[in-house]
Design a protein around this ligand. Sequence first.
Ligand SMILES: C[S@@+](CC[C@H](N)C(=O)[O-])C[C@H]1O[C@@H](n2cnc3c(N)ncnc32)[C@H](O)[C@@H]1O
Length: 258
Amino acid sequence: MPDALYDAIGAGYAHRRRADPRLAEQIVEALGDAQSILNVGAGAGSYEPPDRAVQAVEPSAAMIAQRPADAAPCTQASAEALPFAAGAFDAAMAVLTIHHWADWRAGLHEMRRVARRRVLLLTFDAEASDFWLTRDYFPEIMVLDRQIMPTLAALAETLGPFEATPVLVPHDCIDGFLGAFWRRPETYLDPVARQSMSSFTRFDASDGLQRLEADLRSGAWRARNADLLDREALDVGYRLVRWEIGEPATSAPALRTP
Ligand SMILES: C[S@@+](CC[C@H](N)C(=O)[O-])C[C@H]1O[C@@H](n2cnc3c(N)ncnc32)[C@H](O)[C@@H]1O
């Protein structure tokens, strides 16, 4: 049940992966009127709305230890076996975690079982992404993402139709996940920043890092990505996926643009 990866790489996570207020606003809006919320794969507590009754679930002791003293109560458990009764919460949410679960389908069914009203995921749609970082420098991450990230079609097969909303990443996003630094490319050269991006822990990145460093020095990166430099926010491939429980399943997954 402990999460070996995050027990190993989790140190310092809470400093580098802080909730970004603009993403938090979108998550709170999607939670709607839910008053009791289960946060699965909760980590150090990012995106837990402070004005709701939140219960967190997290398998990694290293992550639980980083939860602030006033954070919501946290039970050490995994998504695949949630220790709560059916319908115990208005909503269940899971933020940037489903790709780490040993059996994401089982975890989603568990979220559905314990949620009365809605299930909310912030995830990454590898099929929708065309991010310069992975396309031009780290294709290994693209290959890995396609293996571990559930497709939107697979999510719909598992829990039925949902609404998916693109989550644009602000150029100065303070949550240091993989796509956060799309307009601050130098940050990817920083080993400390990379520590909180689990993709970089899974392969030898030295070749791509050397090429990125050279392109930043020569100006080739700026020339190739000039169209990004005055953008405020970018669709890198992150999606907020929401299932409303009890609504008739009438359509295929709907993609709503913001
Ligand atoms: C990238 S972190 C995200 C943490 C938090 N949701 C956030 O947004 O900062 C991924 C989290 O998923 C957790 N995790 C890994 N396997 C899990 C599982 N089977 N069930 C629930 N959480 C899991 C890890 O321990 C880690 O805390």
